[in-house]
Design a protein around this ligand. Structure first.
Ligand code: C5P
Length: 235
């Protein structure tokens, strides 16, 4: 499965409902910090009851024990995908996986992936602020390798880094790519962007799309356009 994941970056459940009213099908949605911190775990149950698959994007990054215990609680929510920051290190990622596995009540645990470098970061930020002497691309490659060695299923990265990650981590390692924009859309705060079509060509295993769909005048139409580019309908 190569999911097209819609980022439900809304303040409240009411706003989520107004958005979802445009759709009459099951979706793969992402619940991030904004919605989760406002609505709490009940928003997960609500979306599951409506038949949607869920990526819970809380980007955990703390000491290994705290992340492990947090992941045990997250496991109870029975979402489909969760994540951590690879910058938390291999011990933290291993602990996250352990927590998720020990907390999961159903047979299959959720997919767990790690954020490498945020798609809003650029070369200068990585080198001048994080003081990483590697290029951004090499930093992403290094973090992806670390995530793979820690037993994780994949990473969050930009579409432009999919090739180098697949070279190092193999085809079955997931590359979920945000920073997706339709050709005429504004980048906003995102830097390393790609169209759904380019993400597909570069071999991304999944895309995360927020504002290009959620802020479109006609969200359903925008979704259909993203979907057909992502599925290669135009070629
Ligand atoms: O609106 P937009 O398409 O830029 O939204 C992208 C979504 O993906 C946001 O919810 C953001 O938090 C998330 N994300 C990201 N970059 C990452 C990880 C997650 O943009 N590296």
């Amino acid at each position: 499965m190569r999911p097209l994941i819609i980022a439900l970056d809304f303040e409240t459940k009411q706003k989520v409902d107004s958005f979802l009213d445009h759709f009459h099908e099951s979706l793969y949605v992402k619940v991030g910090m904004e919605l989760y911190y406002q609505e709490g775990p009940k928003i997960i149950d609500y979306l599951k009851e409506k038949g949607h698959q869920i990526f819970l994007d809380l980007k955990l990054h703390d000491i290994p024990n705290t992340v492990k215990q947090a992941m045990k609680r997250v496991a109870n929510l029975e979402v489909d995908m969760v994540n951590v920051h690879a910058l938390g290190g291999s011990r933290m990622m291993e602990a996250a996986l352990e927590g998720l596995e020990s907390g999961a009540s159903r047979q299959q645990r959720p997919t767990i992936i790690a954020v490498t470098q945020l798609t809003s970061s650029d070369e200068q930020m990585v080198q001048k602020e994080q003081m990483i002497s590697l290029s951004l691309e090499n930093s992403v490659r290094n973090l992806a390798r670390l995530a793979k060695q820690s037993g994780l299923d994949g990473v969050v990265c930009s579409a432009h880094e999919v090739g180098i990650i697949t070279d190092v981590c193999g085809e079955s390692f997931q590359t979920i790519t945000p920073g997706i924009r339709l050709a005429d859309d504004q980048n906003g705060d995102q830097v390393r962007v790609a169209t759904p079509q380019l993400a597909r060509k570069l071999g991304a295993t999944g895309i995360v799309v927020g504002r290009s769909i959620t802020r479109a005048k006609d969200p359903y139409r925008a979704y259909q356009q993203v979907k057909s580019e992502w599925e290669g309908v135009y070629e």
